[in-house]
Structures are given as C-alpha cells and as structure tokens.
Design a binder for this molecule. Structure first.
Ligand code: AMP
Length: 472
C-alpha cells in the first residue's frame, strides 16, 4: 500500500487501529468545546472518554479564530486539538456563500499544516481522516519529501480542504507553481521547535509570506524560547498562550528506569534480557546512529525477534511498510533513530528502550513519549555506560526529575554507579558534567559520523545538502 498521497473522502474504515469505538458519555466534556455535530460524531466513534487538557483549553480558543501558541508534549492529544478546529473551519466555510468554490476552478486548501517529518505529516493526515469521518467528502492530501512528485502533483490539482506538508517539499511545489496557497485560512505549525532544529526556518518564513495575511495561525511547540519565539512573533497576531504540559512534567503514565552497563557487551546482554520479558507487548529501541539501528536490528533478528529498523536513510516506501508492520503488530521490536521515530503513535508500544543515548535532552522526552499513549501506561528504560553520565545528568536537569537506577538480576553492573554531583548552576563549572558530555577527550559527542553512522536531526541547519535528506 502506498502512502505517497492521500486525497479521498474519509471513511470509517480509516480509523486508527486501537481506537475502540465506544459511545462517549453525553456529559463527557466534548459537548462544551463548541464543536459541530459532525466532529462530535467522530469523537464518539473514537471512544475517547473526555477531552485531554490541551483539547479542553485550546479548542474553544481556536474556534474563536484567535492565533494560538501552545506548548504541549507529544501524546497529550495535541493533534486533535488543532484538527478539530480545522475541520470546523471547513464545515463553516461550506455554509458561507462568499466562500463557495466555483466549478472547474482550482480550489486550494483552506487549512495548511506544516510538520517536521514525513512520519508526523502522515500521522496528522490519518488524524484528519479519522476525525473527518463525519465530514462529507473531506479532501485531505499530504506532500512530503523522499517520494516521487507525480502523485503529489495530481493531488494538488484536485480540490483540497486540508494540505499537510513538510516545509522543503512544499516549497519545491510552490516554486513550480504546483501548490497554490491563496485560499489558506488556517496555518498550523506542528512541532515548530523541531522544524527549526532541522533548519527549516527560512522555508517556513517563505511559505508563510505566500499565504493570505488574513488568516489564523496556530503554533504547537515544546518551547517558545529562542528562535521559535522569534518565529511566533513574526507569524502570529496577538496570540493567546496555552502551556499545558512541559518537559518538566512527571509523565506519571510512563515509568522511567536507568540501567548502568559496564560495557557495550553488558548493554547488549541487558537489552536481550529486557526484550525476553513477556510484558513487552511492543518495544521501540532507540540507537544514536542509522548504522547502529541497522546493525542492532540485524542482531536481534538473528536471535529470533520480529524486528525491523527505521531510520531516515531508508527509502520512504520501506519506512511506510515498517510502520504498517508495527501498527499491525507483525513487528514486536522497532529499532529506530530519533528523526524517524518522531510522531509514531502506536498505543500498543509498551516499552521504550534507549540503547544509544539521544543527542539532546529534549529528544529523550520525545522518545519516551512513544509509550504510555492513549491512556495506557508505559515503561521507558535507558541503558547507559559510565561515559554517558554527562548526558544522563543533562536529561535529568532538563526534565527536572532523577531517573531511578535499577538492575536486572544476574546482570548487575560490576562497577559502582557514578557518583551524584552537586546540582549545576549556570556559571558554576564545579557542579557541571565534564565538558564533552563525559566522553573521552578528542571525541566530540554529536559530531557527524559519515553517511551511515551519521546522527539525524541536530542543531541548526544540517551540514550536508538537505534535498533527499530530512523531510523533503
Ligand atoms: P497526540 O498527542 O496528538 O500525538 O495524540 C496522542 C494519542 O492520544 C493518539 O493516539 C490519539 O488517538 C489519542 N487521543 C487523542 N485525544 C484523546 C482523548 N480525548 N482521549 C483519549 N485519547 C485521545
């Protein structure tokens, strides 16, 4: 099955597996949000018991047409918080004679969603189809990098309600005149911080300049500090701010554990033991590099796991098939890198295992957010060698929570756990982790490692040409 683009009327069959159809209670709180009956019907179909915090706070404001800056973590139900108001806008526009679309004329999207990665774009597209189940003839398309242009060009020639795009590919399509955005009334930036991390700031600004100035803008981001704040000031008008939950929240539905390993060999033994546990329904194992993901997936496959790798170096078609295998539970273990795993929303992922540490503390939060989704609980386990202590402490400072150390009986580390250090205060190097994240001198943590061993994502603009990489 190809996910190259999607532009078809929604159907109930498109519901994400795992969203059990059950009647929402009349007093569930959804009725108070101000949503149209067509949207409430799809929420009933999804079986959600009540709006999440971000939904309860963002939806009513978004429905007023105000610009919004929302800080909320992945797994909080943020996608629905912008998809529901987007669908409402489409329903309202259909009733407005002034906005009636003339037959035979190109009808560009009314809603544009920009997302950092292909996977997240597909996720949003699926959410539109799921929640648009009650919206007659809803037309949704997504244009993402790494796949041929043909199907996307065809989708853009058809009338559209919602277009979801990664910035690079959209800009390419705008430059050739294929993507016409003159009718966009609502712009959504999903995971804006991540888009900026990936070097998309200029692309986003150029895209925004091509949109009508009379529009609503909703920005979702883990943080609005630094460049994201600057972009928010540029793109929004008198925005309202909603901070729902942040990286310092306790993630009560996710238990976090830390296992110290004496060596790579010890770490591997711990991983094998952890994956042998029957409590692991499905697990995402994170590695630091694409090459590590391939190698580890191969090793785990050799010992009988149903496993696949997922990383940005794989062709999009293969990535889609892997994700489908995960959703359909043909795969029990996914070995992934940060960029590729962003946006994965599979409620049956019971465990996240950090085999290679993330490059940035905030990636840790995104990683563990792959589990404990849709009202379930999850376990996030980090395997660290002593040299990783600097990164572990950075994560703990970022989340403001210690990660409890644990042991696997029979595989206890021989070396004592690294010493606790006094809390780090800015300007005070005494309490700070060793420079270079505790890594041996001369080895820069996070430095590019060549085409296969390279880390994905990263600070600022990617070093190499972006075309073909990331989300074009
Ligand atoms: P998100 O934060 O948008 O990535 O969504 C996280 C997960 O929460 C998705 O699997 C949604 O299907 C699910 N979800 C969204 N809204 C609700 C709700 N009100 N109650 C329960 N689950 C929800």
């Amino acid at each position: 099955m190809s996910f190259d683009f999607h532009a078809e009327p929604s159907q109930a069959d498109d519901f994400i597996p795992g969203a059990a159809p059950a009647a929402a209670q009349a007093d569930s709180g959804f009725e108070k949000l101000g949503l149209a009956p067509e949207i409430l019907k799809s929420i009933r179909h999804a079986g959600y018991p009540a709006p999440t915090d971000v939904q309860a706070r963002a939806v009513p404001v978004a429905l007023t047409g105000a610009d919004l800056l929302v800080s909320s973590q992945t797994g909080s139900g943020k996608t629905a918080a912008f998809v529901w108001p987007a669908l409402q806008r489409i329903l309202t526009a259909r009733l407005d004679p002034a906005k009636k679309r003339a037959k035979g004329q190109p009808s560009g999207p009314r809603v544009l969603v920009l997302a950092p990665t292909r996977e997240l774009a597909l996720q949003v597209s699926r959410a539109c189809t799921q929640y648009g189940y009650g919206v007659q003839g809803l037309r949704v398309a997504h244009v993402v990098g790494g796949v041929p242009y043909h199907a996307q060009l065809k989708a853009l020639r058809s009338p559209l309600d919602v277009l979801i795009a990664t910035p690079g590919r959209l800009l390419d399509l705008m430059n050739t005149g294929a993507a016409v955005l003159a009718q966009v009334e609502l712009l959504v930036l999903d995971e804006a911080d991540r888009m900026l991390d990936m070097g998309f700031i200029d692309d986003i600004t150029t895209i925004a300049q091509a949109l009508p100035t009379q529009r609503q803008t909703l920005m979702f981001s883990a943080t609005f500090a630094g460049n994201v704040g600057g972009l928010a000031r540029e793109l929004t008008r008198e925005p309202q701010r909603i901070a729902v939950d942040t990286h310092t929240d306790t993630h009560t539905q996710i238990e976090q554990r830390l296992h110290w390993a004496d060596s790579l060999h010890h770490k591997h033994a711990l991983l094998e033991q952890l994956l042998a546990d029957r409590a692991v329904e499905q697990a995402v194992v994170f590695t630091s590099t694409q090459r590590d993901a391939d190698e580890l997936a191969w090793k785990l496959g050799e010992i009988g796991h149903s496993v696949a790798a997922l990383h940005g170096g794989m062709p999009q078609g293969r990535r889609n098939r892997v994700l489908q295998g995960l959703r359909q539970r043909q795969l029990r273990v996914l070995v992934a890198t940060d960029v590729a795993a962003r946006g994965i929303d599979v409620p049956t992922i019971s465990h996240v295992i950090n085999y290679g540490l993330p490059m940035k503390a905030e990636d840790y939060v995104h990683r563990i957010g792959r589990t404990g989704r849709a009202g379930r609980t999850g376990l996030a386990i980090t395997l660290a060698e002593r040299r990783d202590v600097g990164m572990i402490r950075r994560i703990e400072r970022f989340t403001t929570q210690p990660i409890a150390a644990a042991v696997v009986p029979g595989l206890e580390p021989k070396a004592p756990p690294p010493q606790e250090r006094p809390a780090f205060r800015p300007g005070d190097r005494r309490g700070a982790p060793p420079r270079g994240g505790g890594r041996p001198a001369g080895k820069s943590f996070g430095a590019p490692r060549g085409p296969h061993g390279s880390r994905e994502g990263g600070h600022g603009k990617p070093a190499g040409p972006r075309r073909g990489g990331y989300s074009r």
